[in-house]
Every structure is written in structure tokens, then in C-alpha cells.
Design a protein. Structure first.
Length: 328
């Protein structure tokens, strides 16, 4: 009778298997584990331990052996008692007993029985077929914070370009600020000059009306007449209407530009313009955007329907990254 085989069979179904007059083998469930040093994953399992204090016969092991071997309970108990006496004698003389599929029993210098379970056997039935495995470590690419910030701020694709050896970007930034301030000043000066000219036109028109009334009064009656007073309402509305009447149509007209790309260096923008012109497009330089990038356009239209139709054609035939920019 190979007693350890029957103990192993019962450990799959029970948490405690008592060997009468010897000790008890216990199991405790342990969850899945990851060993970080070796990147090894272990499935959930039952840990087997041994308690030499539990020696009282509960009948489980004896009844199971008697049923399998088709013999009596008393016969199995007698054989088991003889076998356990041999185990105890072997521990005292040799100092160790190896139980197949269970583990190793040893005797310490203090006379205590120590147990080392066999790790290859998993008595947890729900983990049947699952074995330990090792995985290679994963190397993750760490992106620079500047690149991540740039991708979040720029909502369109930047055309790939070759970096030049010398960079004039700081000077371009200051030049862009200077041009922006200069254009703002010129716009304010033109508006002021236009407003003054409009007021002069209104005053001239009032003087003409006064002269007309004087002429009409002199023509019909040579006797002195008391001329009616004329109130001139040179309000903001009148001035604004005069500005609209004298201003050109292009000042309020929206132009729709089909953008081909935005470039960090103006030399690359010029190259793109030459390439598009060779393909038959009326390409042009639009200027810089809020991010300091030089923008290049395919075409520009005043009619939005024509612009959208041309944009669809360019997306289908040349570049899916083209987009529409409308500005006055």
C-alpha cells in the first residue's frame, strides 16, 4: 500500500487529510502571484502544510483506502499503523522522508518535524491546466514633455520637413511681433483718417444744403427772409453709414483659402509653393499662424460653395490633409 498516493488524491478534494498516529496534511488557497525579479507568473494554487499535532483518526483516509482496495476498515487501519511506525523510525534514523507528490519531511536538531511541499503539484482544481510562465520585460518609450505639449496645442498635422543647421526662429518671433504691432498701428491710423474724412464729408454736405436754401430763397423772393435753422445730426450712425458707403467692398468680403500645410521654416514653405505651382495650382504664401508656422495655400475663393467643391477635389486627388480657412 503506497499511502502517499491516497493522501495526494484526497488533497484535491479536502483541506485536511489526517494520517492516524502520525500527523495531518493541510491545504490553504493562495492567489495568483507575480515574481518581479524573474517576471514569472504563478497561477492560483493550494499550499500544502503539515501539522504533527493532529493525529486523531477522523476516518477519512482509512475509509477511502478501504473503498479503493476493496478491503475492510480494520485491515487498512492495521496496515496504516505499521506504515506510520516505519515513517517515524526513518525520521529518527535517517532524518528525512520523501513523500511522492506531497513533499519532504525532515527532523530538526530540536526534534521537530519540518515539511517542505512539492511545488510542481497544484491541488487547486479550478487552476487545472494552468502552469507558471515567464515573460520578458516590456520596454516603454518615454516621450519628451515638449513633444506631448506641442501635439496637444497644434490641432493639425505639420508637414514633415528637414531641420536646417542654423535656426533663426528667435529672430522670426521678434520680427512677427514687430510686424503685428506695425500692422495694428497702420490699421488704427487708417481708421482714424477715414473717420476724419467722413466727418468732413458730412460737414460739407450740410454746408451745401444751407447754400441751396439760400439760393432758393433769393430766386423766388428778393425780400429778406428769415432762413429756417437746420439741425445737423452727425451721429455715430450717420458716420458709420458714410464709412460703409465710401469703403471698398473688399474690406468686408470673406475670402476662403484652401490650406496645403504649415511649415516651421519659410524656405520649406517656398519649396511647397513651387511644387504646387508645377502641379497647376495657384499656390501662395498666406503668412504665419498663432504658432509661428508659415502657411501655404492651394487656391483662394470669395464663393464658399466653389471653395468647398475645390477642397473636396484636392482631398480626393492630391492631399487628404488640406483644410479650409475663411478670413476677411
Amino acid at each position: 500500500m503506497v499511502l502517499e498516493h491516497y493522501i495526494s488524491d484526497l488533497l484535491y478534494r479536502y483541506n485536511c487529510v489526517v494520517v492516524p498516529n502520525f500527523g495531518a496534511f493541510l491545504t490553504n488557497k493562495r492567489g495568483a502571484q507575480l515574481v518581479g525579479d524573474t517576471n514569472t507568473f504563478h497561477a492560483p494554487t493550494k499550499e500544502v502544510s503539515f501539522n504533527a499535532q493532529l493525529t486523531t483518526n477522523d476516518g477519512l483516509l482509512v475509509s477511502y483506502i478501504a473503498e479503493v482496495e476493496k478491503t475492510t476498515y480494520e485491515d487498512v487501519l492495521s496496515k496504516m499503523d505499521t506504515l506510520t511506525q516505519d515513517w517515524k523510525s526513518q525520521l529518527q534514523n535517517v532524518g528525512r522522508i520523501h513523500l511522492e507528490k506531497i513533499g519532504l519531511l525532515t527532523l530538526s536538531s530540536e526534534g521537530k518535524v519540518l515539511f517542505q511541499p512539492q511545488s510542481q503539484i497544484n491541488y487547486l482544481t479550478s487552476s487545472f491546466g494552468l502552469s507558471s510562465f515567464s515573460s520578458s520585460s516590456i520596454t516603454r518609450e518615454v516621450l519628451k514633455e515638449e513633444v506631448e505639449e506641442l501635439e496637444e496645442r497644434i490641432p493639425f498635422i505639420i508637414t514633415p520637413e528637414k531641420r536646417e543647421e542654423s535656426s533663426f526662429r528667435p529672430y522670426l518671433k521678434y520680427a512677427a511681433i514687430f510686424l503685428l504691432a506695425l500692422s495694428t498701428g497702420l490699421t488704427a491710423y487708417r481708421g482714424y483718417k477715414h473717420s476724419v474724412t467722413t466727418e468732413q464729408l458730412v460737414q460739407q454736405d450740410a454746408q451745401n444744403q444751407v447754400s441751396k436754401h439760400i439760393q432758393e430763397a433769393t430766386f423766388f423772393d428778393t425780400t429778406p427772409l428769415e432762413l429756417p435753422s437746420i439741425t445737423l445730426d452727425a451721429t455715430t450712425t450717420t458716420i458709420k453709414n458714410a464709412i460703409n458707403d465710401n469703403a471698398g467692398e473688399d474690406a468686408s468680403q470673406t475670402v476662403h483659402h484652401i490650406v496645403a500645410g504649415a511649415f516651421r521654416y519659410k524656405t520649406n514653405a517656398k519649396k511647397k509653393i513651387r511644387q504646387l505651382k508645377r502641379r497647376g495650382y495657384n499656390a501662395a504664401y498666406f503668412g504665419t499662424n498663432a504658432h509661428g508656422l508659415h502657411m501655404v495655400t492651394y487656391e483662394r475663393f470669395t464663393d464658399v460653395d466653389t471653395a468647398l467643391e475645390t477642397l473636396r477635389s484636392i482631398k480626393n486627388s492630391h492631399s487628404k490633409d488640406a483644410w479650409l480657412l475663411s478670413a476677411k
